[in-house]
Design a protein around this ligand. Sequence first.
Ligand code: C2E
Ligand code: CA
Ligand code: CA
Ligand code: CA
Length: 278
Amino acid sequence: VKENGKNHYALFAPEMDPIAMQKLTIQHELRRALHNEEFRLHYQPQYDLASGQIVGLEALIRWQHPERGLVSPGEFIPAAEESGMIVPLGDWVIEEACRQNKQWQLAGLPRIPVSVNLSFRQFSHKNLKGKVAEVLAQTELEARFLELEITESMTMDVDRASLSLKELTDLGVNISIDDFGTGYSSFHYLKKLPIARLKIDRSFVRDIQQDPNDAAIVAAIIAMAHNLQLQVIAEGVETEDQVHFLRLHRCDEMQGYFGSPPLDSERAGRLLEQHLNR
Ligand code: C2E
Ligand code: CA
Ligand code: CA
Ligand code: CA
């Protein structure tokens, strides 16, 4: 390791192993991008299946990279998770989603919740509640217009998850379980946790028409959710036939390309406006 002044060592010493070095580079890149405001949120509408109304928006992050163009979250969220950069990045997502939602509300657009994806590290972070409270106070967004999405794997330690979630729901935000059906599934925790809705993973929705097993699973999730007084939304809805099936089984809401792909904030705002005037 190269000595560089008294107690300082150069980060990119040639003898450092390449994987560790690559990680440092990614971390540095993400920090730089956050500082340079290269991240964007796109918003995908969620529709009420009975009325066709837009009842929510999911915020999905993108990286507007100066050379690589628009980079999707699958390409940098894992690195952000691993490097810990997901915490400041996730904080930015919460801030931006709340700010944008409040701005739409002030412009007279429909008052609907925006959903934000939480990563495991963010969820385990001791100051999540403080951060959420701070953002709500700063943006003056009512807590009921923010929803936080967690995945089943974050609820493995049900007692701990229950406490963390309770802190959040005490603020007035709603919690939903994302990608439902793909993770650790215990019906026990569904009763124990203060959650408002389930999002049926798109892998079950995709083949609803062709695969009787998937059809049975989706129908069962909807029925179970309703018995537990939870709302249920189907993800990845792409066809009219899927919509038909979901309506038949009284699913509450849908999200997917059939309704709309994720839209940049300008387009999402225009869609909300058209929706208001229809
Ligand atoms: P997700 O939370 O399950 O988000 C839904 C993904 O499905 C989005 O991909 C969306 O563009 C895509 N999608 C929506 N409708 C359809 C459809 O009809 N068909 C198909 N094939 N795909 C559809 P995206 O935006 O690339 O996000 C991928 C994942 O990255 C998300 O999955 C989420 O886990 C993660 N992610 C996105 N934004 C954030 C964020 O701000 N924070 C964290 N921690 N994770 C995020
Ligand atoms: Ca999600
Ligand atoms: Ca999902
Ligand atoms: Ca996912």
